[in-house]
Design a protein around this ligand. Structure first.
Ligand code: MN
Ligand code: MN
Length: 420
């Protein structure tokens, strides 16, 4: 039964593409490619292309089809099925508060992602994400605008810093922190938590703790009169408007200056750092505990692929991968035993998932740069390159496995380029 289904989806491939409004040259190329590939695996494909097999007289969501051509009409090399690999922030509800909003892609909607959950949040200028803490580490990438963040270490030392687009921060688990949007138009950012089931709705909020503690206990603890606590606002505050703060220097001085300043940096300028690897195809900027020591449990890479560029065939030996697509269009095929391969398309604001050790590539299929983040619940970024592997085994071994002669094998890049 499953063989039949597979065969049918392969048969559908070439002519279903007709419905997608591809240019005639692109269409001819796609059809030819399809024919060649299919000829080796599926002799009946050629027939199917010329008969009625792949017609779809029923309903189609044309907007979705146009965004996801590979997901709907997989390349003939796809086979079987794999865990869910795709979700989008544009499918999850926003929690809108005065001062901003938040929404999240967690294990609840992407059940395969057990190690990481993501949150996308907006704060208008001056607005706060309430002082809070939680059980997961929080790694963040600023997508827009500017923000001021504070975090206190358990020893009482304080970090306060400003971030802007392309910067990141880390708040280790249990460290109390805050975020405030700065002018002129606040901020928007992506949060990554090293727990698949994490929810932004389940954090420890200052206002709720105060609201659920007897006033006489608060009075005893703070030395203030109990009546003070009858004037505190209702809980939860969560996201709420505020006044834009003064300069960073003013804030630092007010909280006690160098005397109480944390020794570690909790923010990092990722987008402006020198690429870790780059080629004509694009660049890869890696951030993990080696160059950002406080990031002990989350590693990441910012990937920019030029049109036609590709994140090379690889896998990660240390963790599953959770991706956030920032700009452009791309496709990814994930291979996982036994003989399962699934290709899906990704657009800005989509989330991608790759199981631990599963082989994959990401290809820019658009006309502009494809920009995305790879994140891992791990101390160190690691990837294994297919090209390097092919080049570092004895040539006889390669010949025996793939029938590639030594002379040709030498043309394969010997270094891990990251992007091709
Ligand atoms: Mn937080
Ligand atoms: Mn990867």
């Amino acid at each position: 039964m499953s063989d039949l289904t597979d065969e049918r989806s392969m048969l559908e491939h070439p002519s279903r593409r007709n419905f997608l409004g591809m240019g005639s040259v692109a269409l001819a190329t796609a059809a030819l490619t399809g024919l060649t590939a299919n000829a080796q695996t599926q002799t009946s494909t050629k027939t199917a292309e010329h008969d009625h097999s792949s017609s779809d007289p029923g309903q189609e969501n044309k907007a979705l089809l146009a965004l996801n051509p590979n997901s709907n009409n997989p390349p003939p090399t796809d086979h079987g099925d794999i865990v869910p690999l795709w979700y989008s922030f544009d499918l999850v509800k926003k929690r809108v508060e005065e001062g901003g909003w938040t929404h999240e892609v967690t294990e609840r909607v992407l059940p395969s992602s057990k190690d990481i959950a993501g949150v996308n949040m907006r704060l208008t200028a001056g607005s706060y994400r309430e002082m809070h803490w939680h059980t997961a580490d929080e790694w963040a990438y600023v997508l827009y605008g500017k923000a001021r963040v504070t975090v206190m270490e358990p020893d009482g030392n304080m970090f306060i810093g400003d971030v802007e687009e392309g910067d990141l921060w880390i708040f280790p688990a249990g460290h109390p922190h805050s975020i405030q949007g700065l002018g002129p138009d606040g901020t928007e950012f992506l949060l990554v938590f090293n727990q698949g089931a994490f929810s932004e709705d389940g954090t420890m909020l200052l206002s709720e703790w105060i609201a659920h503690t007897p006033p006489e206990v608060l009075a005893k603890n703070t030395g203030l009169d109990a009546s003070v606590f009858s004037k505190t606002p209702g809980a939860p505050l969560y996201i709420f408007p505020g006044k834009e703060p003064g300069s960073l220097e003013q804030d630092k001085t007010e909280i006690g200056g160098q005397q109480v300043a944390a020794k570690s940096e909790y923010t990092f300028r990722l987008k402006t750092m020198e690429p870790t690897r780059s080629s004509k195809g694009g660049s890869l900027r890696i951030v993990d505990s080696h160059n950002f020591p406080v990031s002990k449990h989350i590693a990441a890479a910012l990937v920019i692929l030029k049109p036609g560029g590709m994140r090379e065939l690889h896998w990660h030996p240390q963790a599953s991968e959770w991706q956030f697509y920032i700009a452009g269009k791309g496709r990814m095929t994930v291979f996982f035993p036994v003989a399962n391969a699934r290709t899906m398309d990704f657009n800005a604001n989509d989330v991608g998932y790759v199981p631990n050790n599963a082989a994959h590539y990401i290809e820019n299929t658009g006309y502009t740069d494809l920009v995305f983040l790879e994140t891992f619940a791990s101390e160190e970024f690691q990837d294994v390159s297919l090209n390097q592997w092919l080049r570092r085994v004895p040539s006889e071994m390669l010949k025996a496995h793939l029938n590639i002669d030594k002379e040709l094998a030498l043309k394969i890049p010997a270094d891990k380029l990251g992007v091709i």
